[in-house]
Design a protein. Structure first.
Length: 158
C-alpha cells in the first residue's frame, strides 16, 4: 500500500473484522472523540494472544510487522508499517509513571465502541482509561492531552 492509497476506514474495518481484541489508544482515540489534536501514526493496545490474528488481517493492507510474534510478546510492543505506522502494545498490563497498574483485560471489559463509518466500529478505552494510558509515558504532549481529556470529561463529553 502506498500513502496516497491509504484508506483509514479500510484499516479500521480490517481490525474490527479480524476478531482481535484491539483498542485504539493515543491521539487517534482522542480524534475519534472529537478532540482537535494532530498525530501522524496509530497506536493500538492489543491482547497478547491476538498478535497473529491482527497481523493476518492487516497483511492485505501491506502492513508488515517489524518483529516476530514471539519477539513482540517478549518486548511488549512492535510496529506494523509500510508508508503508515501503527505502534502496537501487547503487554498484559502497563504501569503509569506514578506506579498504577493498568490491565488490558480490565480496559477491554470497559471499552466503548465508536462508529467510524457505516458498518465500521472502533474499540477505544473509556475516558478514564484513555487518561490512564496517557499516564504511561507522561511526556509533555501526554500532559497536555490529559488536560484536554479531563476537560472533555468535566463537560460531560464522551
Amino acid at each position: 500500500m502506498h500513502a496516497h492509497s491509504f484508506d483509514e476506514a479500510e484499516l479500521f474495518a480490517a481490525i474490527a473484522q479480524s476478531g482481535a481484541r484491539a483498542l485504539l489508544i493515543g491521539r487517534r482515540a482522542m480524534i475519534v472523540r472529537g478532540l482537535p489534536v494532530l498525530t501522524a501514526d496509530y497506536d493500538l493496545w492489543l491482547h497478547i494472544d491476538d498478535i497473529e490474528r491482527l497481523n493476518a488481517a492487516l497483511e492485505p493492507l501491506e502492513l508488515q510487522p517489524n518483529h516476530s510474534s514471539d519477539e513482540a510478546r517478549r518486548l511488549g510492543r512492535y510496529v506494523l508499517e509500510n508508508d503508515e505506522r501503527i505502534d502496537v502494545f501487547v503487554a498484559r498490563s502497563q504501569s503509569t509513571k506514578d506506579g498504577e497498574r493498568v490491565g488490558f483485560d480490565d480496559v477491554w471489559a470497559r471499552r466503548e465502541l465508536m462508529v467510524y463509518a457505516e458498518g465500521v466500529r472502533i474499540a477505544i478505552p473509556t475516558l478514564d482509561d484513555l487518561i490512564l494510558t496517557k499516564r504511561w509515558a507522561m511526556r509533555e504532549k501526554d500532559v497536555a492531552d490529559i488536560r484536554l481529556l479531563e476537560s472533555l470529561k468535566r463537560s460531560g463529553g464522551s
